[in-house]
Ligand binder design. Structure first.
Ligand code: SAM
Length: 245
């Protein structure tokens, strides 16, 4: 039996490709790619000549079976997406499950990922965080999702398309209140930019010009739990004083 390798690729800067990722893509028998044309550009850059098979949302069932059969025949297969880490807001989850069900080895490589890259420079706490990825496209559903996230005390990470950014931020302001947030734009690319402030500040910034590029949103968690803790603490101090009186 072969193995399924999960191989991250750069999110903008080609120099973020790891030595191990290049070596793995060179050595495997087959590369399963979200968009073969996109991946071909990457392979050309690194002079990799491994054959490709397409694997995306619309052919995952049929091609998933082909990929698992290849692994069962002894072939090593690498899974890549267009950018960043496969399976993270990208295709691949079902393939991993199929591989595990077939008792195949799944070998993940660490590498580029927009969420973690944005979080590390955000200046918001990294000790606990919640990755959400994309919110629902429909307003009603999106609001429901935000309501569910309202109480989470941990830093939250979202992906968002440029044309939905303003609507999403306005809804966040309405549901979460004017919390701190960071907009991470075009990470690892020439025009990388961080907009730090409150949700309201970032909306103001968006209104200044045209919104282009790729965006990650890092939003401060709820402070309600902390306030509750403080309240509890002050209560026990009062009790303590009473006891001495
Ligand atoms: N699998 C990828 C990863 O590991 O980061 C994410 C793929 S998801 C389809 C694409 C979204 O990730 C974009 O809409 C954007 O929200 C975020 N993203 C990807 N590249 C980015 C970059 N260079 N700068 C900021 N956000 C980025």
């Amino acid at each position: 039996k072969g193995a399924l390798y999960i191989v991250p690729t750069p999110i903008g800067n080609l120099e973020d490709m790891t030595f191990r990722a290049v070596k793995t893509l060179q050595e495997v028998d087959l590369i399963a790619a979200e968009d073969t044309r996109q991946t071909k550009k990457l392979l050309n850059h690194f002079q990799i000549h491994t054959p490709l098979i397409s694997y995306h949302e619309h052919n995952k069932e049929a091609n998933g079976k082909k990929i698992i059969s290849a692994i069962l025949e002894g072939k090593n297969v690498a899974l890549v997406s267009d950018a960043g880490t496969p399976t993270i807001s990208d295709p691949g989850y079902e393939l991993v499950v199929q591989a595990l069900d077939a008792d195949c080895k799944v070998i993940p490589l660490p590498g580029a990922n927009a969420a973690i890259t944005a979080l590390t420079a955000s200046g918001l706490t990294t000790s606990h965080f919640y990755f959400y990825g994309f919110l629902h496209r429909q307003k009603k559903e999106k609001k429901k999702q935000l309501e569910q996230l309202k109480q989470i005390p941990d830093t939250m990470i979202f992906y968002e398309a440029p044309h939905r950014l303003k609507d999403t931020l306005e809804m966040m302001l309405e549901v979460f209140g004017n919390r701190k947030m960071v907009l991470a734009r075009e990470l690892t690319k020439k025009f990388e930019e961080f907009v730090r402030g409150t949700i309201g500040d970032v909306i103001d910034w968006l209104e200044e010009g045209e919104v282009r590029g790729e965006f990650c949103l890092i939003v401060e968690g709820s402070k309600e739990v902390e306030i509750e803790k403080e309240w509890w603490h002050s209560l026990s101090v009062i009790e303590h004083v009473d006891y001495y009186i």
